[in-house]
Design a binder for this molecule. Structure first.
Ligand SMILES: NC(=O)c1ccc[n+]([C@@H]2O[C@H](COP(=O)([O-])OP(=O)(O)OC[C@H]3O[C@@H](n4cnc5c(N)ncnc54)[C@H](OP(=O)(O)O)[C@@H]3O)[C@@H](O)[C@H]2O)c1
Length: 299
């Protein structure tokens, strides 16, 4: 019997836990964790993502602020805004919604965010800390996957995890997290991408296969070994308006040992981990001002 890994259910439970922790923090500090989202331009998908993040923050008892700017906003203007948010002690998390419009220097803007407020964990300092196994924050989507594996009692220690996709947001940090000498990790990791040769031969080696490529129903049943754990990160909108993942769910679920659905799998966990990082940032800013960074959620 294949297990359907219920990311939505787990996200709901975790958001309730985070809301409780937030309430306790607010009670002892009188400070509300605050996430600022910066949305540049009119991309409809980005607008929906940011709205969902705002709603989730408010439900968890956090403050959420939205800065909306026109697509014509310059890199310099964005850098100025980020610097203002960096020094605003009432702000604990800064999220610049990607993609930015053409003409905005995405790297420069992300690099300008104070690493302590970089709750997406994209800043090179946070990537470096993660690669050394002492993360300040874990990047939200791979952190959600790690949490899903741990809480579903899927032990990755000594297992071969094949990650398909090498983006800075999902694939690479997923590999970095799982290869660490840590709880919920200790895996042997292969990262595959569009230049990988004989991909099906490689994915068939995976005890766990994580697919994050943005190609509808790409991973088919013949590409995994029987009993493999399949994590589908993809979110693709088909012509008829329905959503599907990067995994051909209907066929793969017959062969896999466990599989995440789309929607209702990895997606809801990403925002949950953003809330977790924002709370961690607020607590660190107020209660551990002089302490070195603690691994927030890696072990
Ligand atoms: N659930 C969530 O919360 C969440 C969060 C983030 C992203 N997503 C979804 O996850 C998917 C991937 O997102 P992303 O930001 O990581 O995408 P991305 O930046 O476009 O990266 C895609 C990666 O997939 C690789 N790839 C593309 N076609 C391939 C193929 N045929 N065989 C093997 N590898 C291939 C690319 O290889 P190269 O590097 O060689 O080009 C690249 O590394 C998208 O559907 C996105 O919407 C979901």
């Amino acid at each position: 019997m294949t297990t359907i890994l219920d990311g939505k259910g787990l996200a709901d439970r975790m958001r309730a836990e985070i809301a409780e922790e937030t309430a306790a923090f607010v009670a002892r500090s009188s400070i509300r964790p605050c996430l600022v989202a910066v949305l540049v331009g009119e991309d409809p998908a980005s607008r929906i993502y940011v709205r969902n993040k705002e709603k989730a923050c408010e439900k968890a008892g956090m403050e959420s602020r939205l800065v909306r700017l026109p697509a014509s906003t310059t890199t310099d203007a964005l850098l100025h805004l980020v610097r203002e948010l960096n020094v605003d002690s009432g702000v604990h998390g800064i999220l610049v919604q990607l993609p930015l419009p053409d003409g905005c220097d995405e790297k420069r803007i992300l690099d300008a965010i104070d690493p302590h407020k970089d709750v997406d964990a994209f800043h090179p300092e946070n990537v470096g800390l993660l690669s050394q196994g002492r993360p300040r924050y874990l990047p939200c989507t791979p952190a959600g996957i790690r949490e899903l594996l741990i809480r579903s009692n899927i032990d990755t220690a000594g297992k071969h995890v094949v990650v398909v996709g090498r983006s800075d947001i999902v694939g690479k940090p997923m590999g970095l997290i799982l290869v660490q000498k840590a709880r919920g990790a200790d895996a042997t990791v292969t990262i595959a991408h569009s230049r990988t040769k004989n991909l099906p031969e490689i994915t068939r080696l995976g005890d766990v296969v994580v697919v994050a490529i943005g190609r509808p129903k790409f991973l088919t049943a013949d590409m995994i070994k029987p009993g493999a754990i399949v994590i589908d990160v993809g979110i693709n909108r088909l012509e008829d308006g329905t959503l599907c993942g990067d995994v051909d769910f209907e066929s793969v679920k017959e062969t896999a040992g466990a599989i995440t659905p789309v929607p209702g799998g990895v997606g809801p966990l990403t925002i949950t981990m953003l809330l977790r990082n924002t709370l961690t940032s607020a607590i660190a800013a107020t209660e551990q001002v002089n302490s070195p960074p603690e691994p927030s959620n890696a072990g």
